[in-house]
Design a protein around this ligand. Structure first.
Ligand SMILES: Cc1cc2nc3c(=O)[nH]c(=O)nc-3n(C[C@H](O)[C@H](O)[C@H](O)COP(=O)(O)OP(=O)(O)OC[C@H]3O[C@@H](n4cnc5c(N)ncnc54)[C@H](O)[C@@H]3O)c2cc1C
Length: 438
């Protein structure tokens, strides 16, 4: 039964955070009358990366990789159910989208959130304790008890050490909230991934005013495309994740590093749009571009000048030189880090963390800890080191949700199988995983 946690003596499952990953688990558990679950989200209203909901920005994943379809295509919480509920199934098909807009997917997520009986918005979990029998979640003046936890609190914006004061820089996660009017400003955008590219395009569009200059710095050798070809997409399948999880832990980091462009590149459409904008400005209109592109640059210093602006210094990996960029506004498109959420601090000593302080996650996304086996702690979006490149992506959200739901239920309620092509990722003679949980 899905009931408000206030009425529930002890929940079977408490979820902390409700971004897409926990929404998936919530949507899979919601129809199961035998399971009491509640998912706590601190935002008063559901929102998916609102700071980067830029007009025209596209989803980098198929809309079929929604919250539930891969595990339960009959679910009432699928993207197709959303289209039908909004009476736009035929229009959507006729529109023939290669990739849908991020805004539509966000609206779908919000629609699901609004229908889930086991989602509690405006509930921040501040601390989790274990009382010997269950987890006690403390919020603002509220307490809830649960047998199992599913933690999906998202990633933390990464601010590089050279950025002197967080408030002086604008990280992309707050872009729409904080950008304001840029008339006459010299702007530096640091970071050559999808978010950096979207911000540069947005600034060039003039929607935020007319910047005086935009400089885009990236550590990468050039502005590199996301690789979405078929064999690369195999990395985002349950079959590959299983093979990766079984690998010797010592081999994993190097493999993930070599897969960077499978998840961290710029969409082809975005790159083409950017290139065509530059071409029109520089070659056809002959106006010269506002944009200065500095690839292969590693920013290592940021200092205030006497006029209150910023001076960035970057090393050029191409010729070994140095560049100086003066900017009134620095935008960090520097990505995100995974860290353990503060609310789990009382449990830290009981969790089995690796030498880098990361969770040791088992194949079903449960954390090894010294508590009773009946009390599971499942964590999502924190296992790139253990489960591989697909971990922070939407691609396997429904599958991962199903794996977690099945583990909690103790039986295979949802489909998680995956027929394989004759691709042999592992050799029988390879190094065996000495530590299956790492
Ligand atoms: C701009 C952007 C676009 C992306 N686009 C794609 C894409 O197209 N395809 C793809 O595969 N991946 C994409 N990703 C990557 C990934 O899919 C998303 O980051 C996704 O949102 C991760 O989901 P999540 O549930 O782990 O975290 P989040 O979406 O960050 O959600 C975590 C939630 O937990 C809540 N929370 C945190 N702490 C607490 C607490 N103590 N108590 C209660 N609530 C709490 C937060 O308020 C938040 O709502 C994108 C990422 C970004 C930044």
């Amino acid at each position: 039964m899905n009931v408000s946690a206030m009425d529930s003596p002890c929940l079977d499952v408490a979820g902390i955070g409700a971004g897409p990953f926990n929404l998936s688990v919530a949507a899979l558990l919601a129809p199961l009358v035998e399971v009491r679950s509640a998912f706590f989200e601190r935002r008063p209203r559901f929102a998916w990366h609102p700071g980067m909901m830029l007009p025209g920005a596209k989803l980098q994943t198929s809309f079929l990789k929604d919250l539930v379809t891969a595990a339960d295509p009959t679910s009432a919480y699928s993207f197709l159910a959303y289209l039908v509920a909004h009476g736009r199934f035929y229009r959507f098909l006729n529109a023939e989208f290669g990739a849908i807009e991020r805004r539509e997917f966000a609206d779908y997520l919000q629609w699901v959130a609004g229908r889930l009986p086991n989602l509690l918005l405006g509930h921040e979990v501040r601390e989790v304790q274990f009382d010997g029998d269950g987890f006690v979640l403390h919020g603002d003046g509220q307490r809830h008890r649960a047998r199992n936890l599913v933690v999906a609190t998202g990633a933390t914006p990464y601010v590089p050490e050279w950025a002197p004061a967080r408030l002086m820089c604008l990280h992309t996660h707050q872009y729409l909230e904080r950008i304001g009017n840029v008339d006459g400003l010299r702007i530096a955008v640091v970071g050559g991934g999808q978010s950096g590219a979207e911000v540069v395009l947005d600034l060039l569009s003039g929607t935020r005013g007319q910047a005086a200059a935009i400089t885009w710095l990236s550590r990468r050798q050039t502005f590199e495309a996301l690789d979405e070809t078929a064999f690369i997409n195999e990395f985002f399948t349950p079959h590959y994740v299983d093979a990766f999880h079984r690998l010797h832990p010592g081999r994993k980091a190097a493999i993930v590093a070599r897969q960077k462009l499978a998840s961290d590149g710029i969409s082809r459409d975005t790159l083409t749009q950017l290139y065509q904008t530059l071409y029109m400005d520089s070659m056809v209109r002959g106006e010269g571009s506002l944009l200065r592109l500095l690839p292969h640059r590693d920013v290592h210093a940021m200092e205030a000048d006497s006029a209150g602006a910023w001076r960035l210094t970057a090393h050029n990996g191409f010729d070994g030189g140095h560049d100086v960029v003066d900017a009134d506004l620095v935008i960090l498109a520097t990505g995100y880090l995974t860290r353990l959420p503060d609310c789990l601090a009382p449990l830290h000593d009981r969790l089995d963390l690796d030498a880098d302080g990361r969770y040791r996650l088992q194949r079903d996304f449960s954390v090894q800890w010294d508590g009773p086996a009946a009390n599971g702690i499942y964590v999502q979006n924190a296992g790139r080191h253990s489960h591989g490149i697909a971990e922070p992506q939407l691609s396997l959200a429904a599958w991962r949700g199903a794996v977690i739901a099945n583990a909690i239920l103790g039986h295979a309620r949802y489909a998680t199988g995956d027929a394989a092509l004759p691709i042999e990722w592992a050799s029988g003679s390879g190094e065996a995983a000495i530590d299956k949980a790492a």
